[in-house]
Design a protein around this ligand. Structure first.
Ligand code: PAF
Length: 282
């Protein structure tokens, strides 16, 4: 496995390959990331994983400085998972000057849900992903489905800019109790870790209610958020949306959409100071 820190060296190395498969990450890797690397292996002739904690997607009060950096463990795990190239640029390499040119995703997909609670987040994600795409030149790029809205926004960006990249979503991996794997799970205390599964349980209960015929989504969402709040969470949203555009479905289409695999339930909530997100397709 090669470790490459500069764009020039990366380009020189990748000139020998026709079909790079790319997994962008911010490091602190868990089995979900490693599953993406394994999924990438047969899809390209070289698997590139980037590790870069992207300042542009963090709000000033968020955890950029404390975001866990676990370089040694990440490299060991990547090598074992079959990664060929780790691209780990420093900040000065990727942003040698203030990044004045940025991608501004359209507000109907980027200012709702995560984008509403983390203004500017998707602009920061799209800008770095576009830049990483320019460095790696992938033919295939893989993103975890746990970040459902991120995956949708990136698919749209790739489509609208006609980038010759196939975007593939990787299934969410879960701990044995059902908690979605996430780098931010490391922030949880032992008691919070036990409680954390309640988010996925709440989403599962909402999905089951919709499958069983519930159509009053505002009331379903309100009750689910209330129940989590009673347990000490600070929920941002628990909501049923159309898979295609993440908008709220109209009430008389809920049943048909649920039958045709057209819905997804998404949630974000804080437990102490740790913000967790999760989703389930209905
Ligand atoms: O999902 C992530 O880890 C990040 O948002 C990404 C896609 C690597 C961009 O920094």
């Amino acid at each position: 496995m090669q470790i490459i820190r500069t764009i020039a060296e990366l380009r020189e190395h990748l000139a020998n390959f026709k079909r790079p498969a790319f997994v962008p990450t911010m490091g602190n890797l868990h089995d979900g990331h490693l599953a993406l690397v394994r999924q990438a292996k047969p899809l390209g002739d070289v698997v590139v994983v980037s590790i870069f904690v992207n300042r542009l997607q963090f709000l000033p009060h968020e955890d950029f400085d404390t975001y866990p950096r676990t370089w040694e463990a990440d490299c060991q795990a990547l090598e074992a998972a079959g990664c060929d190239v780790v691209f780990a640029p420093g900040e000065k390499e990727l942003y040698p000057e203030p990044q004045g040119f940025t991608i501004q995703p359209p507000s109907e997909s980027a200012n709702i849900l995560e984008g509403h609670f983390r203004p500017g987040f998707f602009g920061g994600v799209c800008t770095v992903v576009m830049k990483l795409f320019a460095c790696v030149g992938p033919r295939v790029a893989l993103f975890g489905q746990k970040d459902y809205q991120q995956l949708m926004v990136i698919r749209r960006m790739v489509r609208q800019f006609a980038l010759p990249i196939e975007v593939i979503g990787g299934q969410t991996l879960r701990a044995s109790d059902g908690l979605a794997l996430s780098s931010r799970n490391n922030y949880l205390s032992p008691s919070q870790r036990k409680e954390a599964v309640q988010l996925s349980k709440a989403l599962r209960a909402m999905a089951e209610a919709v499958r069983a015929g519930a159509t009053d989504l505002p009331s379903l969402e309100h009750h689910a958020m209330d129940a989590l709040a009673q347990r000490g969470w600070q929920p941002d949203y628990l909501t049923v949306r159309c898979r295609s555009n993440l908008q709220s479905p109209v009430a008389d289409q809920v049943t048909a959409l649920a039958k045709n695999e057209g819905l997804v339930v998404l949630g974000a909530a804080k437990l102490g100071s740790t913000r967790l997100i999760d989703n389930l397709e209905i």
